[in-house]
Design a protein around this ligand. Structure first.
Ligand SMILES: [Zn+2]
Length: 311
């Protein structure tokens, strides 16, 4: 394989004397717009349209090989690349932060292969937001699209390992075993113990995994003004929650759904008491809390500084 590459005049000889990934990857212009070829993008868009038409239904699609490993957001990335075009502004967050290594690399790939697409840290400026494990704290608008990376799209996997059976259970809306599973959870743990990826009922029809977002973010899916697209690359599934759709977490009348409790805690940077907080263990064993959504936290800090300067 190396010999073939050395014959390729496109690859400079220096790439073999001192191998560098960037030299082997070649010029960004050598790639199709937004990395994927047009046929692949069309197939993904077709799957997206079907997903929007049947809220919460998992549409199979032929996930392509991406320049990131499966499990690192290859599904979300394919949805993003098939959706964006010139004039779009992309924000990528990884567990709430724009500076995570995965977020940085996905943003860089888009910057290199999709001319005309701007990137941003600001939630308000973005037209497309790709995220792993979090929703931004701000409510999204109708002109924004939320793309979530999904490792395990099948909410029934916890009760049924066979794909053929889970698809049948979805088709017949037979969710008895999920309810029994949740009931057993209450008996064993005193509550529904699911911390992330809490199962939800979409549009009164399909049980859906909302991706590993915390309970805190579930309400952001319910009757959201924005479209939410979910992509699972390894499992080859795409699904969606269209704007203004009912998304209801599964619970029992006497054991109602509740979000994470941060009462008495506040962000050590911006002082927020109304955001999802990350716990940080500091030297000496103490605990600090900070906003998980770092862009939102930064905006609050700089707004505070401006008011202080104005005074
Ligand atoms: Zn904060």
């Amino acid at each position: 394989m190396v010999i073939d590459q050395q014959r390729d005049p496109q690859i400079p000889r220096s790439a073999f004397r001192a191998p560098r990934l960037s030299a082997l990857a070649g010029a960004p212009e050598a790639y199709n717009y937004a990395f994927l070829d047009e046929v692949s993008k069309r197939e993904i868009r077709r799957a997206l349209l079907k997903a929007v038409a049947i809220p919460g239904y998992q549409v199979p699609f032929g996930a392509r090989e991406m320049p990131i490993a499966r499990g690192w957001g290859s599904g979300g990335l394919q949805v993003t690349l098939a959706t964006l075009g010139p004039g779009d502004t992309l924000k990528v967050i990884d567990q709430g932060t724009d500076a995570g290594v995965n977020a940085v690399n996905i943003r860089r790939l888009v910057e290199r292969t999709a001319p005309g697409v701007a990137t941003t840290y600001s939630t308000a400026e973005a037209t497309i937001i790709q995220s792993r494990h979090r929703f931004p704290e701000e409510s999204l608008r109708a002109d924004q699209i939320m793309v979530l990376q999904v490792p395990l799209p099948e909410p029934l996997r916890m009760v049924e390992p066979r794909e053929s059976v889970t698809r049948q259970l979805h088709a017949e809306a037979d969710y008895t075993r999920v309810w029994v599973h949740l009931y057993e959870d209450v008996i064993t743990n005193g509550e529904i113990s699911r911390a992330s990826g809490y199962p939800v009922m979409v549009n009164g029809r399909y049980i859906m995994s909302p991706s590993p977002i915390p309970r805190w973010d579930i309400d952001k899916l319910h009757q959201s003004a924005s479209l939410t697209l979910l992509g699972a690359g390894r499992e080859k599934r795409i699904y969606a929650v269209p704007p203004h759709t009912n998304v209801v977490p599964l619970d029992f009348e006497d054991y109602p759904f509740r979000v994470e409790d941060f009462s008495g805690k506040r962000c050590a940077r911006c002082g927020a008491t109304d955001t999802y907080l990350d716990e940080i263990i500091v030297n000496g064993g103490g605990r600090l809390y900070a906003c998980s959504d770092t862009a939102h936290c930064d905006e609050r800090v700089s707004a505070e500084r401006e008011t202080r300067n104005a005074e």
